[in-house]
Ligand binder design. Structure first.
Ligand code: APR
Length: 244
């Protein structure tokens, strides 16, 4: 509603340090299907368990490599949307005013970066650049598009998508940076997440417990809506340019 938009604008104007916590809905209007919708087309007859779990990887690494390769390739055909751009603009403005916008995302795409934002934490990893299963080697974006599952040029072991599969622990540095960003902000904006995947969804709880105001942008209610000071029942590309 207009009152909610005005309230959200006031919260953003009053905040020096804003933290954005984004999920798949942030990239939906760029044409990237949310995880559950992604299993369409030739991947329709697979379960997430076959493609996004350590057991699925062990069972058929070439199949799993192919799915992430296709997603990395699709990513090259889409653009950041007006929501990503509004956040990048807000970041520039806050920086000029001596504050900042930090970004904690569950998304594995690079659309925040391509819109001009710096991302503090990719909690679930990234499609851009595979990593080695055993040594610290990380490949570049092109290597994510290799048709054949590549070997590590440093140690010869198998390379894998640099994403966090169900049941895997989150990257320590990402969790540290995310906790700091949420802990230090004076406004949290939650965008496009159902808020059911742990431990990522615990981060907004930290902000709520600290009494930090929370804006949620989501056309539907989510598990995090009860924490929101203001819930804008709208999409990222529609609401964010209107409040930031
Ligand atoms: N703008 C804002 N929100 C949107 C939009 C949009 N255009 N379109 C959909 N949404 C909302 C949906 O209402 C839903 O609440 O985005 C949310 C998407 O929820 P999920 O598909 O569960 O995505 P997410 O919460 O990011 O999933 C978390 O689970 O799938 C795994 O590891 C994967 O990082 C992912 C994690």
């Amino acid at each position: 509603s207009a009152d909610d938009l005005a309230a959200a604008r006031r919260l953003i104007d009053d905040a020096a340090n804003v933290c954005v916590f984004s999920g798949a809905g942030m990239s939906a209007e760029s044409g990237i299907p949310t995880f559950r919708d992604a299993l369409t087309g030739l991947w329709a007859n697979y379960e997430p368990a076959d493609l996004a779990t350590p057991s699925g990887w062990r069972r058929d690494p070439d199949l799993v490599w192919g799915w992430y390769r296709d997603r990395a390739e699709t990513l090259r055909t889409v653009e950041p949307n007006d929501g990503h751009r509004a956040i990048a603009d807000l970041g520039r403005r806050k920086k000029l005013a001596g504050g900042r916008v930090s970004i904690v995302t569950q998304n594995v795409d690079d659309l925040h970066e391509r819109a001009g934002s710096t991302v503090d934490a990719h909690l679930h990893g990234s499609l851009i650049g595979p990593r080695c299963e055993t040594c610290p080697y990380r490949g570049d974006a092109d290597l994510s598009l290799a048709r054949e599952r590549p070997r590590c040029p440093r140690c010869g072991a198998s390379l894998r998508p640099d994403v966090v599969w169900f049941g895997e622990i989150l990257p320590k540095l990402a969790w540290l940076n995310a906790s700091a960003a949420v802990g230090q902000c004076d406004l949290l904006i939650i965008i496009g997440t159902s808020g059911v995947i742990r431990p990522a969804a615990n981060l907004p709880l930290l902000a709520a417990e600290a009494g930090t105001p929370i804006i949620e942008v989501n056309p539907e209610p989510s598990a995090l809506t009860p924490l929101a000071t203001v819930h804008l029942e709208s999409t990222a590309a529609a609401a964010l340019p209107a409040i930031s």
